[in-house]
Design a protein around this ligand. Structure first.
Ligand code: BG6
Length: 479
């Protein structure tokens, strides 16, 4: 059955500064945690518990040059416009605006860069969707303060967000406070700029860092609405539904425990207080969150306008996980589901899971939702096509088509959804593995894992496919 998506549905694509801008030390930009993690944000080898962190940026770090969006943004935005994008998700690199993170005055050259990008988007009527912190904590804040483990970061973050809200007051409407805010539990360095090795990081310190981010997010929401009441501020979480391995009630309990670890973040953002279920977990793990005066009120009074999330995969859970094969590649863990196939990186593909997530979030919060990441990382092969080099990426089209059909189902279920941005609409550097060969884009970028390549852009088959999806308001999905 054909379904037509709402006329005002925001179709588009998503990126993050550190994965595609390059220009890591240009025009006054300071270093971020990404500039010293050349192998990505998760441990590179089995047995390691922390990512590789270098003292200084090293040449093998593909993120330093990325795909050079910094100098090629006009060409890239023109391609997004050609596909018909209504929205483009990008992040502001915090260390372009405050190079060390704790300065009093911002770096004008950094601010001017994003002015140019927003103006270029405006030229084509593309709405920016801006992540304020996408795994990009300024490195100085990590080295001097231990990142979000320190309460000091709330003040530095407030200064930063106040600066960009004021500067782009009339250019940006949609803001996300922290990318995949729940990932700090699993990747404290990449996500929270916390330098303590995971084996030494206590649960107390980790959840206190979570608290600092949650308070900072509420504060950002408050400041945003003061600066422009029309701003729409969202939280952003990793959505990963879990299925029980069996009908054993204990497996269902394991599912609930896993899901509560994720819901914790959206619950506090949307409901304004810590949920009761976490109190028991805190008690059993000797965690006592230190609330400063005013924290509870901030959380309660400045809840988000919408919930956004990334969705790539689902997992299975059981009360006896050691009896099963563990899923690969994702930072949240979980068991492989025998009913699902996986990408080359072990991420299990589950379109129906997306419909479930949409319904669960909407039922839980009755707030508008926004899917701000979804896509397939795959190795593409460039071939000669009638119009020049291209990629026959039918596997990507298949993934996106099946997920979008489920989005259509959820819309018909009654879910309120603002839009959908595919991850890595142009090839960029992977966050977990720092590879360029893990490609997500509609646009192929000629750059390889060894750093070679011309950086030329080529349209993949999926480019025209997505263009038609947008032009037909989704109707072409059902051909
Ligand atoms: C999300 C992140 O986890 O997934 C992105 O927000 C990331 O930054 C994306 O790139 C895909 O993951 P990866 O590891 O394949 O790049």
């Amino acid at each position: 059955m054909t379904y037509t998506f709402p006329k005002d549905f925001l179709w588009g694509g998503a990126t993050a500064a550190n994965q595609f801008e390059g220009a890591y030390n240009i025009d006054g930009k300071g270093l971020s945690v990404q500039d010293v993690t050349p192998q990505g944000g998760i441990p590179a080898k089995p047995g390691d518990r922390n990512p590789l962190i270098t003292e200084v940026p090293t040449e093998d770090n593909l993120k330093l040059e990325g795909i050079d969006f910094y100098h090629r943004y006009k060409e890239d935005i023109a391609l997004f416009a050609e596909m018909g994008f209504k929205v483009f998700r990008l992040s502001i690199a915090w260390s372009r605006i405050f190079p060390n993170g704790d300065e009093l005055e911002p770096n004008e050259a950094g601010l001017a860069f994003y002015d140019k990008v927003f103006d270029e988007l405006d030229k084509y009527g593309i709405e920016p969707l801006v992540t304020l912190s996408h795994y990009e904590t300024p490195l100085h804040l990590t080295r001097k303060y231990n990142g979000w483990a320190s309460r000091d970061l709330i003040g530095f973050y407030e200064r930063y967000v106040r600066t960009v809200f004021t500067r782009y007051k009339d250019k940006v409407k949609y803001w996300l406070t922290f990318n995949e805010v729940n990932s700090v539990l699993h990747a404290p360095f990449m996500s929270g700029g916390i330098a303590t090795p995971v084996e030494e990081l206590s649960k107390q310190d980790l959840y206190q860092a979570v608290h600092h981010e949650l308070v900072a997010s509420a504060l950002a929401t408050k400041v945003a609405h003061e600066i422009n009441p029309d701003f729409m501020v969202g939280c952003m979480v990793i959505a990963m539904p879990a299925y029980p391995m069996s009908a054993n009630p204990l497996d269902q309990l394991a599912v609930r425990d896993f899901e509560n670890q994720n819901y914790l973040f959206s619950d506090i953002h949307a409901r304004g207080k810590y949920p009761n279920y976490i109190k028991r977990f805190f008690k059993e793990n000797d965690i006592e969150i230190d609330f400063a005066e005013g924290d509870a009120e901030l959380l309660a009074e400045h809840t988000v306008d919408f919930i956004s999330f990334s969705y790539y995969m689902s997992v299975a859970q059981a009360h006896n996980p050691e009896a099963y094969e563990t899923g690969k590649g994702n930072i949240l863990g979980g068991i492989s589901n025998p009913f699902l196939e996986a990408s080359e990186w072990g991420w299990q593909i589950d379109p129906v899971g997306l419909r479930l997530v949409l319904n669960d979030f909407y039922d839980r919060y009755q707030l508008p939702l926004f899917i701000v990441e979804n896509g397939l990382g795959a190795k593409d092969v460039l071939v000669d096509g009638p119009d020049g080099p291209t990629v026959e990426d039918d596997y990507r089209i298949d993934y996106l088509q099946k997920h979008l059909v489920q989005v259509g189902e959820a819309l018909q279920d009654g879910v309120e959804l603002l839009g959908y941005t595919t991850w890595g609409c142009i090839d960029l550097v992977s966050a977990s593995t720092a590879q360029l060969s893990k490609r997500y884009g509609f646009i192929y970028v000629d750059r390889n894992d060894d750093g070679t390549g011309t950086l030329a852009r080529y349209k993949k088959k999926s480019f025209n496919w997505y263009k038609e999806v947008i032009a037909t308001d989704g109707a072409s999905l059902y051909k």
